[in-house]
Design a binder for this molecule. Structure first.
Ligand code: CP3
Length: 354
């Protein structure tokens, strides 16, 4: 059952939300807040509705997707919802034999290692993901003025799972292809760019008001390699959705040395992890882009006073920015106390009220 009534706000109310204004670098009534992985295991109500339902199956049930997406919005009063799905959903939808193993992450039965393997990556059409269109239709009605963020995995991060076959810390197989067969690598990333762009388009056309491209593991790359072997594919994704006019967010972990290039790829908002303070990040990204971040998610395990002091540091570093969306520097950890997240939203809102 759903406590949130359908509000049927005119689209202008969403357009005028603090989150979308900050993405556009317009003045805001308060700094907007949302959390990567805000839906998920930190919430007891999530664990309850997911009981007995495998992760990837849960992503194909529109009512369940709607409920899980709304849970953190109800509980924390965040300024945006993020569509409940996973970066591997479009790959599963085109028939790649993969699964998400609890406590491990995505695993691919037959990794992509050769040119013959590339043929298994066919184009994605809206008919492959009818549940996405349906769920986003339900969600935008329930959310009223609260914007919905759609998302996808960036070509490099998707390739890291497809080529390795499982989560990796070293990416040796992906890098072996990148350095050893640059043509195959480029073709693989180009295919993934098309699939990713198609998946984002489905979400925007169904009603998502912003999109985030997760290049979570791009921080494993040196800038020259990122520029040569990854940036062109990510740029293709951003270019493909540019015409919709929805803000495009680009995020990765440990990407301090790549922030300028990640902006250059075509983002309107650059996500920053906790390793680079936002006043330094803005120098690296350059003018014309908003920033998102960047409280260390581990800070939430400290007492309230410490969380507030560390949050203050983030807000002070962001004071001179033209657009700031408050977030964590990476996803909410599963054992985080959800009340600490609720308090954090309230703290940022009251500290930045203008
Ligand atoms: O609230 C939200 O942020 C929306 C939902 C969301 C999920 N995955 C749901 C999920 C989002 C945005 C993602 C993105 C995602 N998935 C990324 C990029 C973000 C990041 O963390 O850098 C990556 C790398 C993945 C791949 C993936 N999926 C991993 C590494 C895992 C964790 C495996 C584990 O069990 O620890 C998943 C599974 C997953 N995706 C869960 C959720 C809520 C947990 C599984 C569960 O609840 O059963």
């Amino acid at each position: 059952a759903n406590e949130t009534p359908a509000r049927h706000q005119p689209p202008t109310a969403t357009h005028d939300s603090a989150f979308l204004k900050a993405c556009r670098r317009e003045p805001v009534p308060h700094t907007p807040v949302w959390f990567m992985r805000q839906a998920g295991r930190s919430l007891p109500e999530y664990r309850k509705v997911r009981e007995g339902i495998p992760m990837l199956e849960s992503c194909t049930r529109p009512e369940l997707v709607t409920e899980i997406t709304l849970q953190p919005v109800r509980r924390h009063d965040v300024d945006a919802a993020i569509y409940y799905s996973d970066i591997v959903v479009p790959l599963k939808a085109i028939g790649i034999d993969l699964d998400i193993k609890p406590g491990v992450g995505p695993v691919v039965e037959r990794p992509v290692r050769s040119r013959a393997d590339l043929a298994r990556l066919r184009d994605l059409t809206p008919a492959d993901v009818p549940y996405v269109t349906e769920a986003i239709g339900l969600l935008t009605r329930e959310l009223g003025a609260t914007p919905l963020i759609g998302f996808a995995g960036a070509p490099f991060t998707l390739a890291s799972y497809l080529v390795e076959g499982a989560p990796s810390r070293t990416y040796e197989n992906a890098k072996a292809m990148m350095y050893g067969d640059p043509e195959l690598w480029a073709d693989l990333l180009d295919r993934l760019a098309d699939i990713t762009a198609a998946f984002l388009k489905v979400q925007i056309e169904a009603g998502a008001s912003a999109v985030q491209l997760f290049d979570s593991w791009a921080g494993a790359l040196a800038p020259a390699d990122y520029r040569r072997s990854v940036l062109p594919a990510s740029a293709k994704v951003f270019q493909a959705v540019a015409g919709y006019g929805v803000p495009r967010i680009h995020f990765g972990v440990g990407t301090g040395e790549l922030l300028g290039l990640m902006g250059e790829a075509g983002a309107d908002v650059v996500g920053v992890d906790w390793r680079v303070p936002l006043d330094e990040a803005v120098r690296r990204v350059g003018p014309g882009k908003a920033l998102q971040g960047n409280l260390d998610p581990a800070v939430l395990f400290a007492p309230r006073e410490a969380v507030e002091a560390k949050t203050r540091e983030v807000l002070d570093a962001a004071a001179g920015l033209e657009g700031h969306v408050f977030n964590l520097g990476h996803g909410v950890m599963p054992s985080t106390d959800p009340d600490a997240l609720t308090r954090l939203v309230e703290y940022v809102h009251t500290q930045t009220a203008r």
